[in-house]
Design a protein around this ligand. Structure first.
Ligand code: PEP
Length: 253
């Protein structure tokens, strides 16, 4: 069965409440009823419930940008998986490069979060990707392989069905520089191969691997038509409804 494309918007630490609601409304109008591509938006925590209400009758799903690996307690400033499902989230992004490299999350922390999120019934968008220096040192495949292996440690085959991997080369995020389709395809194929070895061929064939890093309407089609690219995780361009809708449309046509 061919993999259905999945395009998710990571709004990061952007928008006011009014802007978040307006953006969600515009997306509902433009792509809220299409079924050809799965879509999700990931607003800041504080606007999740407001956006959930706007998209509730549409086919757009809700995701969060992070969560903690404990249920509750003295973890000031953190949010649990149960709180996210309570707010209407289907997805949570984990392992984003800004969490790894700005906040300092390790592969082990990301693994704890992934295991907890799956236990809490969430679907995970699991981000991996190399730094520019690592690419230049020809370490890309090794770095990404380690991130995938440690990040997915002890995740069962059945839980893997709720994982989307997002390959996001760090040098391409928010920079306007995109990996070439060949560069992205090479890493995607390696990830799929690794999942085949770790689990089995059927799982590897069914899992979706998004590309992320300066995806925009002008480059989306070429990326989305690569054999092992099954969607996009979109940052900057997801803040403009018309651009996000055009990226989704690029996956349809
Ligand atoms: C991201 O943050 O996941 C991302 C891919 O950002 P951008 O599209 O802005 O590069």
């Amino acid at each position: 069965m061919p993999r259905k494309l999945f395009v998710a918007g990571n709004w990061k630490m952007n928008t006011s409440k009014a802007e978040a609601v307006a953006l969600a409304r515009a997306l509902v109008e433009q792509i809220g009823s299409q079924e050809a591509v799965d879509t999700a938006v990931c607003p800041p925590f504080i606007y999740l419930t407001a956006v959930a209400e706007v998209i509730s009758d549409s086919r757009i799903d809700l995701g969060a940008q992070n969560m903690f690996y404990e249920d509750n307690g003295a973890y000031t400033g953190e949010i649990s998986g149960a709180m996210l499902t309570d707010a209407g989230c289907r997805y949570v992004i984990l392992g984003h490069s800004e969490r790894r490299h700005v906040i300092g999350e390790t592969d082990e922390i990301i693994n704890r979060k992934i295991v907890k999120a799956l236990g809490d019934g969430l679907e995970v968008i699991f981000c991996v990707g190399e730094l520019l220096a690592e690419r230049e040192a020809h370490q890309t495949l090794d770095v990404v392989r380690r991130q995938v292996q440690v990040g997915l440690e002890s995740v069962s085959r059945s839980d893997m069905e709720r994982i989307t991997v997002a390959y996001e080369p760090v040098w391409a995020i928010g920079t306007g520089v995109t990996a070439t389709p060949d560069q992205a395809q090479e890493v995607h194929a390696m990830i799929r191969d690794l999942l085949g070895q770790t689990y089995d061929a059927e799982l590897a064939e069914s899992i979706r691997i998004q590309y992320g890093g300066s995806v925009k309407p002008s480059n989306a089609a070429e990326l989305l038509h690569q054999a092992d690219i099954d969607g996009a995780l979109v940052g900057g361009a997801s803040l403009k409804a018309a651009d996000f809708a055009a990226i989704v449309q690029a996956g349809i046509s």
